[in-house]
Design a protein around this ligand. Structure first.
Ligand code: DGL
Length: 439
């Protein structure tokens, strides 16, 4: 079988037909996948193929590693763009119909000329990865690149990180914990539609992020995404208290149990802070203190459901940490109330076993909003007696990142006490009634 490349236009002759289309990656090695002109994919068994003709070779993807800068204007602040990946730096590959070709930061900037009026932009391609595939090692890579930029450019006003939206809030939490006392804004920006399409939300998200960096004294890690489905305003959202709660809407990101930090009006060029103490964790008398993740640390998440078995829990027996995403105010099926729920007692024994093996077990809630309070009901109290640590009002994702960060850098007893502290704004002392999504 001749060597084919993703995106080649080919013609396949089988015993009884001839098929034309675009060769795309196949999950099965004995099947060739063809993207037909209709846009639908068709699988052809290799054993049925008599001949394959390459009608037109795929265009070579442009080099994805690059760095550079745009000529500087002394009156403008300096911003660096560190490109990671995601839809914001992808484009619809019309030859295959899939969003797959990665664009460089340079190509991204070519689409947004207005950025040049806001700041002197340096850029660097750090990675070209879809965010669902990112790991702790990527957080370490980004933190190191941020420090290199700060060291290299004394007048750096801030950094923008174009990133996939699926796990953008994991990375914003990770960088928040890693870069203690960061003295510039680090703004993560995603988009729900690729930048090569006129309707993309990327332009406004990036421009609002640059405006916010250029015009405010904010320090720390935050997210900049659309406020609603119109194209008028973006929100600056807290790095440790934000979740992506819609698969495709432009306003998919919402702050959880707290106010957004600020609103940026794209057309009026106006910035309104929505919280007063937005630099609460910045101390100008101290330096940046960076800690990293242990790349191969095992920390898990187990979502509670109505038929949890002990094996669901014992699967984490070699893990250092486990987030139990429980229900309501902080519950997990560990009690038997009748013969039908007797198996739950074995769940409890498995959790006990994990804790005895020095696994730090945290309990968060599947309720996106509100605070875990395990003292209200007896089952919750019994879980605390087991040694489970309440996750307060943290999202499951932030709790997971915080636990992994602490386990990467501290001994177990310190981990449990630090987990209860509000380190980077991840815990709200109070949750106001209006801090809830109004459906
Ligand atoms: N694969 C998804 C990611 O990189 C694309 C979604 C997006 O970037 O909006 O998160």
């Amino acid at each position: 079988m001749k060597s084919l490349n993703f995106g080649d236009h080919i013609e396949i002759t089988t015993k009884n037909q001839s098929l034309k289309g675009i060769y795309i990656n196949s999950p099965k090695k004995d099947v060739i996948i063809l993207k037909k002109n209709s846009g639908y994919n068709m699988g052809v068994n290799k054993k049925d193929i008599k001949k394959i003709k390459v009608v037109k070779k795929a265009s070579k993807a442009k080099k994805v590693k690059g760095k550079g800068s745009i000529k500087t204007n002394k009156k403008l602040p300096n911003i660096t763009i560190l490109k990671i990946g995601g839809t914001i730096v992808s484009k619809l590959d019309y030859s295959t119909g899939a969003v797959s070709a990665k664009i460089t930061a340079e190509e991204l900037l070519e689409n947004i000329p207005e950025l040049r009026k806001i700041a002197n932009i340096n850029y660097k391609d750090i990675a070209s990865i879809m965010s669902e595939s990112m790991r702790f090692s990527h957080y370490n890579l980004i933190a190191k690149e941020i420090q290199k930029e700060i060291k290299k450019n004394k007048n750096l006003k801030g950094i923008i990180i174009p990133h996939g939206t699926d796990t953008l809030h994991y990375t914003s939490s990770a960088l928040s914990f890693m870069l203690e006392n960061i003295n510039i804004p680090i703004i993560l920006v995603g988009s729900q539609r690729s930048s090569d399409r006129g309707s993309s939300d990327s332009f406004i998200n990036l421009t609002c992020a640059a405006q916010f960096i250029a015009k405010t004294d904010f320090k720390g890690v935050a997210i900049c995404m659309h406020e609603d489905i119109s194209d008028d305003t973006c929100l600056i959202l807290p790095g440790t208290k934000t979740n992506k709660i819609h698969t495709s809407r432009r306003d998919a990101f919402k702050s959880i149990n707290t106010q957004p930090i600020a609103r940026v009006d794209y057309f009026k060029n106006k910035i309104d802070f929505l919280t007063k103490n937005y630099n609460k964790f910045y101390d100008e008398s101290k330096k940046i203190n960076t800690k990293y993740f242990k790349d191969n640390l095992k920390v898990g998440i187990l979502k509670s459901h109505s038929n949890i078995h002990p094996e669901n829990i014992s699967a984490f027996k070699n893990y250092k940490g486990l987030i139990l995403e429980g229900t309501g105010l902080g519950h997990f099926p560990t009690k038997s109330f009748d013969p039908l729920s007797k198996v739950n007692e074995k769940n409890r024994k498995e959790i006990e076993r994990l804790i005895k093996k020095n696994c730090v077990v945290i309990l968060t809630s599947q309720c996106t909003y509100g605070r875990v309070n395990m003292n209200i009901y007896t089952p919750g109290r019994e879980l605390i007696e087991l040694g489970i640590v309440p996750g307060k009002d943290m999202t499951t994702e932030t709790a997971f990142i915080k636990l992994a960060f602490l386990l990467s850098n501290y001994k177990k007893e310190q981990v449990k006490s630090l987990f209860k502290e509000n380190l980077r704004g991840e815990i709200s002392e109070r949750i106001l009634p209006h801090e809830f999504v109004d459906y």
